[in-house]
Design a protein. Structure first.
Ligand SMILES: NC(=O)c1ccc[n+]([C@@H]2O[C@H](COP(=O)([O-])OP(=O)(O)OC[C@H]3O[C@@H](n4cnc5c(N)ncnc54)[C@H](OP(=O)(O)O)[C@@H]3O)[C@@H](O)[C@H]2O)c1
Length: 316
């Protein structure tokens, strides 16, 4: 099987199967990382208002367009609406703010970052478990704002992130414009197969975040050992002359059929993570990686477990 370079949305547009993640990429380093990624062949950059570095990402995009390396239409740029702005009338101003920082006229994909909303004045990461900080806005109201953003041409496509099955279903039952994508955690430790299956049945592409298991968090309480540190995965890599990260990213795209968003600010890793299109894993190898699933998330946002829209109480 050929490793797909893109996946097709339910609106006919395409999303590159690998994008550079930018969460936790420091403002002083992310401009160079995005330039290195574009030079390495990436055409998809995953951003968010919350990451606080969209202006630096925008500088890199502007430079690469000015240098003639890419045209705007060659790129696929995602941004996300943060939780303080879930009321319908706040969505368009917030996408405009991201566009201003990114120095773009449109994003290719705009996502609701999390299903739970906070009051605007509560700040971006309100005090743990304080219901006073939570917004009452319903996710279908936020979705109406997203539809408006697409209708105004500010986003080519719209979708959701961290939505569970019931929340996706709620949007599907209420929407004028169907979500094209659900961006959720997927890595071999947490392969999220049931949600991926549900999204596929409903023609929604899944983009997998923390595809490498957020390597930098390993060692913190509760964070499982990323599969790229499994010696057996290193052995599998040797068979194909690939690194463990390349094996895992290839597995996620081909075997699970999802988009991957590995983050790195290290040039050699940025190049390494993109060099995944020229091999096909044997069944015994994908079976092994399947067997490493332990259903443990890296990204729990457990502080907000008492919010009415917290997504991870349901099985999927
Ligand atoms: N929608 C959401 O709620 C949400 C949540 C989390 C993440 N995301 C998106 O998904 C992206 C990826 O997730 P993530 O950053 O949490 O985790 P990740 O991509 O699984 O892991 C990133 C870590 O892995 C390291 N790394 C990268 N390539 C490597 C390689 N080939 N070998 C060894 N280590 C490697 C990076 O180090 P260096 O940078 O130092 O090279 C960084 O420490 C984010 O950046 C963001 O765009 C979205």
């Amino acid at each position: 099987m050929v490793v797909p370079k893109t996946f097709k949305f339910n609106n006919g547009k395409e999303i590159p199967s690998i994008g550079l993640g930018t969460f936790n990429s420091p403002p002083g380093q992310v401009t160079q990382a995005v330039k290195d990624a574009i030079d390495a062949g990436y055409r998809h950059i995953d951003c968010a208002w919350y990451y606080g570095n969209e202006a630096e990402v925008g500088q890199a995009i502007e430079t690469k367009i000015k240098e003639g390396v890419v045209k705007r239409e060659d790129l696929f740029i995602t941004s996300k609406l943060w939780c303080n702005y879930h009321e319908k009338e706040k969505v368009v101003p917030m996408i405009k703010d991201s566009l201003k920082n990114l120095k773009l006229e449109y994003v290719d994909l705009y996502l609701i970052h999390w299903p739970f909303g906070f009051k605007e004045e509560a700040g971006p990461w309100p005090n743990e478990g304080n219901p006073e900080s939570y917004s009452d806005a319903d996710i279908t109201e936020t979705w109406e704002g997203m539809e408006e953003a697409q209708e105004l041409g500010l986003a080519k496509s719209i979708g959701v992130s961290n939505f569970n099955k019931a929340q996706v279903e709620k949007i599907l039952n209420a929407c004028k414009i169907k979500p094209v994508c659900n961006q959720v955690e997927v890595n071999p430790n947490f392969n999220n197969k049931k949600l991926i299956e549900y999204c596929k049945e409903n023609d929604i592409i899944v983009a997998g975040y923390c595809p490498l298991g957020r390597v930098d968090s390993y060692g913190k309480p509760r964070i499982p050992k990323p599969t790229i540190f499994d010696p057996k995965v290193a052995e599998i890599g040797k068979k194909y002359n690939k690194t463990p990260a390349q094996v895992v990213l290839n597995y996620l795209i081909t075997t699970l059929g999802i988009v991957v968003l590995p983050k790195s600010v290290t040039k050699s890793r940025i190049i390494e993570n993109f060099d995944i299109f020229d091999f096909q894993l044997d069944k015994e190898d994908t079976d092994y990686i399947d067997s490493t699933n332990i259903n443990v998330r890296v990204c729990l946002a457990a502080y907000f477990g008492n919010h009415k829209d917290y997504p991870f109480h349901d099985e999927y």
